[in-house]
Structure formats: structure tokens, C-alpha cells
Write a protein that binds this ligand. Structure first.
Ligand SMILES: *Cc1c(COP(=O)(O)O)cnc(C)c1O
Length: 418
């Protein structure tokens, strides 16, 4: 790899995904595209999104309530139009997937089924520094069941002097609490460090000691390849507005392994949309869950936000996770290379994200010195959209779908200027 602009432009020329950049709207800075590195927080809008939402507006305009039953995408079946494409993104079977509600709400609904503590087994193992919403969900679930979060929640922390977790430490924590663990609940990719955990090994180890294993894939879905079905994961949830570009507050994704989807006796909090759809409109007493993840639905589809998600899924389907990941590994490796080059020239940018591609997605978290905040402000003034996290981390996500090698080049050039 080389540190020149020409080299970055050459990589862009060879990029199999280069045409997709033009299919997204970039916020503008002084008449040019921003250097947008916040797709880990809110993905950009695909130019097709508007027409997908307008289609549903028009359908409503023309058909009123009949829109539920007419057209090529009748609203009563709307959730069916997602499972095949969403399943490919997380390595699942279509019946193991449903798109509904939002992320934290879904986490709670799945915990109703999958966190069922007993006096003997009541503990939950999490990564230390999990996203606050996940911490609050687990804390309040534990309390709801009458246990003390201090005792019940076990957090795995990095070793002294380290920033990320070692898989061996996660596995030995599982072993240490093996008789009391009810649940292992991890983020797939940690939002702060960008570390991609070894979900296959964690799943195996957790289930071996008799715990249920579930993941929050908010920072993993559409970012790293996961194989939820083959890894035998019990359940997972994710949001669609980060890497999946489906707009603010976009709908949530849910995975329930088919082993559980086949079990109508699993306790759950039900609604009419999870009821056997052949009889849904008979309005009868007695809940009979649909088989699969669909049996966890509560309400009829949020059509407008799901329309935006469909626009995005159609693009992901065309590109494919494998191709996307290939570019992603290369794009982020290029950023690592340029930052290491700066460090050799006397800068001190400490990338805390593992640089091994198998242990990261596209995001890099850069630990700065005491001038970090000023650095972030400088970047912002110069058209970079990145994310500042107290006390001193800048998170940057070169997103393979729409970021270019030249974006990465200009970003690191700005770092060098400070
Ligand atoms: C982004 C994110 C959330 C946000 O939750 P919402 O319910 O969508 O607001 C929760 N957990 C994780 C791990 C996240 O990254």
C-alpha cells in the first residue's frame, strides 16, 4: 500500500462497489460531499428510499383500508417481504427472522422468552461497557424477576492495560459461573471499541454450561458476516438505521433459532400479529403463535419505516454481504495503514479497535491524547462527520457501501494536519 492520493484513487477505480456511492445522498460541506464516517450511527439515505415510501403513501391515498389487502405488497403481509433478504444478512433461515418494532423493545420481548432465571441459574454475562440501552434492559429485567443486578450481572472487562476483550477471558468467565448462568448476552460488535467478538465460540461455551445465548447485532448487522443459524445462536436483535441505512428510528430485526420457533409453549408477550395468520381476522379467543420468529410479533407492520428498510435491503441483496465485507476489510485496512504511517512520522494515534480483520468490522476507534476534543472539532470544521465519545475516543466508520478510498485518504490527511 502507498500513502499517495493517486494510490487511493487507483483503489477506487478498482472498487467493485464504486457505483453504489452515487446511489446515496451525502450531507454537504462547502458545496462538496462531507467525509461521512458515521454510518455506524446513522447510515446514509439511498436515493431510492423516497420512491419506496411514496409508493406506500400513494397506496394509502388510492385504497384507504383496502391497502391491507390489495396491490403487490398488501400491508397485512408486509412483514413477509423482508425475511428472505434480512435472513441473508445475518445467516439465518427466513422463518427465523422477523422485522418489527425497534431494537430495545425487541430485546425486552425476547428476554421475556429467553431470560427465565431460577434461584440456581439467574446470572447474565455481558461485555463490560455494553451500550447503555442494553445495560438498562438487562438491569431492569433482572430486577423485574426479583434479583439483584449487582449479584446477577457479570461483566467481562479487559485486562489491565488493554482496551478490548480476549476470547479466552470471556470463555473462562462463562466457566467460572457455569452453574449460575441463565443467559449470555453480548453485543456482536462493541459500539465503543469496534471489537467483533468470536460469537461462534461464545455461543458454544455458553450453551455447553446450560445458558441461553443471545446477541445485540446493532453494530454487526450489515457490517460483518454472521451465521446465526449455523452457530446455533438462541436469539438476536438488531436495528436497521446504522449499517443498514433504513432511516432514523427504523424498524428492528429479530432472530429466533428454529429450535425455539417450533415451540409454541415458549412463554412470550403476545399480540394479534403473532397469532396464526390463517385465523388472525376471525378474532377468536386463545393465542396460537405463528411458527418461527413471526410468532413474536405484536402489532401490524409500521409500513412507512419498513418501506425505507425495503429500499435498503434491495441494495444489500444486490451487493451481497460477502462482496461488501471484502471491500470493508480492504477499506479499513487502508485506514489502519495510513494511520500507522502517521505514527511513524511522530504522531500518536492509538487505534484501540483490533486491527485483525477477523476481530473488527469497518469501524476504527481512535484514542487521542488530551487534545482529542479539539481534534474532533477541527475535523468537523473541515467537513468530516465522525463521532466523539467521552473521554477521548473518535469513532470513524468507513462504510464499504458508500465510502471511498479517497474519503479515507482525505480523513487521514486532516489528522496529519493537526
Ligand atoms: C444503537 C444501539 C442501540 C439503540 O437502541 P434503540 O432501541 O434502537 O434506540 C441499542 N443497543 C446497541 C448495542 C446499539 O448499538
Amino acid at each position: 500500500m502507498k500513502t499517495t492520493l493517486e494510490y487511493a484513487q487507483q483503489l477506487d477505480q478498482q472498487d467493485a462497489l464504486r457505483k453504489y456511492r452515487d446511489q446515496f445522498y451525502f450531507p454537504q460541506h462547502e458545496g462538496k460531499n462531507c467525509l461521512y464516517f458515521c454510518g455506524n450511527s446513522l447510515g446514509l439515505q439511498a436515493k431510492t428510499t423516497r420512491s419506496y415510501i411514496e409508493k406506500e403513501l400513494l397506496h394509502w391515498e388510492k385504497e384507504g383500508v383496502e391497502g391491507h389487502f390489495r396491490g403487490d405488497m398488501p400491508w397485512k403481509d408486509y412483514h413477509h417481504f423482508f425475511s428472505v433478504q434480512a435472513a441473508k444478512i445475518v445467516g439465518a433461515k427466513p422463518e427465523e427472522i422477523v422485522i418489527m418494532n425497534t431494537l430495545t423493545a425487541n430485546l425486552h420481548f425476547l428476554l421475556v422468552s429467553f431470560y427465565r432465571p431460577t434461584k440456581q441459574r439467574f446470572k447474565v454475562l455481558m461485555e463490560g461497557g455494553a451500550f447503555p440501552s442494553d445495560q438498562y434492559a438487562i438491569e431492569t429485567q433482572v430486577k423485574f424477576h426479583g434479583y439483584d443486578p449487582e449479584e446477577a450481572i457479570i461483566e467481562v472487562e479487559p485486562r489491565a492495560g488493554e482496551e478490548t476483550l480476549r476470547t479466552e477471558d470471556i470463555l473462562s468467565k462463562i466457566e467460572e459461573h457455569k452453574n449460575e448462568l441463565a443467559l449470555v448476552m453480548f453485543g456482536g460488535v462493541n459500539y465503543y471499541t469496534g471489537q467483533y467478538f468470536d460469537l461462534k465460540s461464545i455461543t458454544k461455551a455458553g450453551q455447553k454450561v446450560g445458558a441461553v445465548v443471545g446477541y445485540d447485532l446493532a453494530h454487526a448487522a450489515g457490517n460483518v458476516p454472521v451465521q446465526l443459524h449455523d452457530w446455533n445462536v438462541d436469539f438476536a436483535v438488531w436495528c436497521t438505521y446504522k449499517y443498514l441505512n433504513s432511516g432514523p428510528g427504523g424498524p428492528g430485526g429479530v432472530f429466533v433459532h428454529e429450535r425455539h420457533g417450533k415451540n409454541p409453549d415458549l412463554p412470550r408477550f403476545a399480540g394479534w400479529w403473532g397469532h396464526n395468520e390463517d385465523e388472525r381476522f376471525l378474532m377468536k379467543k386463545g393465542f396460537q403463535p405463528m411458527p418461527g420468529a413471526a410468532g413474536w410479533q405484536l402489532s401490524n407492520a409500521q409500513v412507512f419505516s419498513m418501506a425505507a428498510h425495503k429500499a435498503s435491503l434491495d441494495i444489500f441483496d444486490e451487493v451481497g454481504m460477502e462482496t461488501l465485507r471484502q471491500k470493508s476489510e480492504q477499506l479499513t485496512a487502508y485506514m489502519v495503514f495510513l494511520i500507522e504511517d502517521l505514527n511513524q512520522k511522530g504522531h500518536q494515534f492509538n487505534v484501540i479497535t483490533p486491527t485483525n480483520p477477523a476481530e473488527r468490522g469497518c469501524q476504527l476507534s481512535i484514542l487521542t491524547d488530551e487534545n482529542g476534543k479539539a481534534l474532533h472539532e477541527y475535523l468537523t470544521k473541515n467537513g468530516v462527520v465522525s463521532d466523539w465519545r467521552e473521554p477521548n475516543v473518535i469513532r470513524v466508520a468507513p462504510v464499504p457501501m458508500y465510502n471511498s478510498f479517497e474519503d479515507v485518504y482525505h480523513f487521514v490527511r486532516l489528522l496529519a494536519e493537526v
